[in-house]
Design a protein around this ligand. Structure first.
Ligand SMILES: [Zn+2]
Length: 257
């Protein structure tokens, strides 16, 4: 079996036997893999504590076919995630990031852009660099990378373009259907019965539209609660819908919005 190398992020580690660890790694070149690190739990081991959660490492591993775990042969630390040097808020956001990446990515399906996004976000969490903004940026682009970006301007039912600015000026809130994957225009809302829905202020979608276009947006911490809470509610519920369950770390991460 071929031995390969890649940059990787540790998403999960589970003790296996007396001395080994089973790891879930997001690798840049091979996507998500599951590998056994033999001897990693021994005091003296070949991996030199490079296998902590959210560590960014360079790994070599032997690919195995079928259901068999890959075999980790080498791991060199590039950047450690140091929980003690960050805030509780960034820590919760980072654990949530690890779980989201684990749950939303398929095995052996490399997406280098997603890897880079994750690495950059972990660095920002480590630095405590506008954690809430880093988190919003990460989650929106994660939705994009996994092909689940919701429709925020065109009605998800009929395709009609919504006048978000006009609706905002009129003080109308907008129906969003998690099942349809986007906003629902007022006429469709009047005609049909939609399930798995929530109402959001139009400014939530105007903000996400700018974020999506790569335009600068004010820090999420400085905007109104309608927008701040709306964005968080939209992302949290959307991930629950996509995954058909609530990620374990979501409630904790939410407390530290
Ligand atoms: Zn419509």
């Amino acid at each position: 079996m071929p031995k390969v190398s890649s940059d990787a992020i540790v998403l999960r580690g589970v003790d296996f036997s007396e001395s080994s660890l089973v790891l879930t790694l997001l690798t840049r070149d091979y996507g998500k893999i599951h590998a056994i690190a033999k001897g990693a739990r021994r005091l003296k081991n070949p991996f030199e504590s490079a296998l902590d959660l959210l560590a960014q490492i360079s790994v070599s591993f032997i690919r195995k076919s079928g259901e068999v775990l890959d075999l980790l042969t080498e791991a060199k630390l590039r950047a450690r995630f140091r929980p003690e040097r960050t805030t509780v808020r960034a820590l919760c956001a980072a654990y949530y990031l690890a779980e989201l990446l684990d749950l939303t990515t398929a095995d052996d399906d490399p997406v280098p852009e997603l890897y880079d996004l994750a690495a950059e976000t972990i660095d920002r969490y480590q630095r405590g660099d506008k954690t809430a903004d880093a988190r919003e940026y990460f989650e929106w682009n994660l939705l994009d990378q996994i092909g689940q970006k919701p429709s925020i301007r065109l009605c998800a039912s009929c395709g009609e373009r919504l006048g978000l600015e006009r609706l905002a000026a009129a003080g109308n809130w907008i129906l969003f259907s998690f099942l349809e994957g986007g906003v629902i225009c007022p006429s469709c809302q009047a005609r049909g019965s939609f399930t798995q829905t929530a109402l959001f202020h139009p400014d939530v979608f105007l903000r996400l539209e700018r974020l999506d276009a790569g335009e600068p947006v004010p820090s999420i911490e400085t905007v109104s609660m309608n927008i701040q809470g709306g964005v968080r509610e939209l992302f949290d519920l959307d991930f629950c819908h996509i995954l058909s369950r609530r990620p374990k770390t979501q409630p904790l991460a939410r407390r530290w919005l």
